[in-house]
Design a binder for this molecule. Sequence first.
Ligand SMILES: Nc1nc2c(ncn2[C@@H]2O[C@H](COP(=O)(O)OP(=O)(O)O)[C@@H](O)[C@H]2O)c(=O)[nH]1
Ligand SMILES: [Mg+2]
Ligand SMILES: [Zn+2]
Length: 312
Amino acid sequence: MTADRGPGAAAAATRDGLVVASYGRHLLVEDNDGTRIRCHPRGKRQEAVVGDRVHWRASGDEGVIEAVQPRRTVLFRQDAVRTKVFAANVDQVLVLLAAEPVYSERQLARALIAARHAGIEPLIALNKRDVQPAFDEAWARLAPYRAMGETVLPLQLGDAPDEALLAALQQRLHGRVTLVIGASGVGKSTLVNRLVPEAQAQTQRISQALGTGRHTTTRTSWYWLRDGAGGAVIDSPGFHEFGLHHIAPEALAHWMPDFAAYQGQCRFHNCTHRQEPGCAIRAALAPHGPIAPQRWQLYVELYDELSAARAH
Ligand SMILES: Nc1nc2c(ncn2[C@@H]2O[C@H](COP(=O)(O)OP(=O)(O)O)[C@@H](O)[C@H]2O)c(=O)[nH]1
Ligand SMILES: [Mg+2]
Ligand SMILES: [Zn+2]
């Protein structure tokens, strides 16, 4: 700091920060001392997202993001039209499902493939255990996912919350940055409010800081867990169509743990596991083996979709 520099005498130095919320083209950046500043990106092509570490420079009461630091992980979806980055530098994705609304296995399977492809650990939780028999039916539908080694946790967050179930989830969130995704109505906001009691107040402060008004919810927000270990949860809106156009069809089976177990065992090394003779994956379909038939159907549907996308 030089004493003779008056305000505006020279450009402010760049500082490190963390993107903690995004709304349209505005971002909220948290400084190392915890201060939050509304920032704009420098240039049209720069895309900073929640979880990004950035260099930013103060400019009046606002800031400009000068550079986005290299990302450790990035989760995105890609369809024919656009690529949408959910968040950067997350350790874990929590796919929140509920007894109601009935979840789409297609969406679940796609989210898991996207996470594995991005090198991010997925975690599945099924909420609304009190809603019966829908919960037990949904739990049974998740059997293939438990069998392939995915972690699936029950939850009850509603009016009669089950604290022990929440504590089991909290243990898995400790010290990690977790992105929460799930369809509208599954209980994402309820969960974040339980994990971070001041979340509602924080959301209001974020909306004010971004100048979007009290009732506008930001698109994606970062909440510190205050677990003393740097843990955080990122609340993001709905699932949408989970496009996987960034993944080659031939690579799909590699990101599906129940299929990957048979990798290299097919007669043909370039087997697509659709109609080739001597396919080890098709031979492992129930009732002959452990792979659930709907998993193979989801695979074929996705394989065809990704192949068609590449042919264009
Ligand atoms: N019965 C029941 N309802 C729940 C439970 N958890 C959340 N809800 C309700 O489900 C509705 C949707 O929750 P919300 O958190 O807004 O879902 P979001 O759209 O994913 O953010 C709300 O009315 C919650 O009170 C639960 O464990 N059981
Ligand atoms: Mg919500
Ligand atoms: Zn095969």
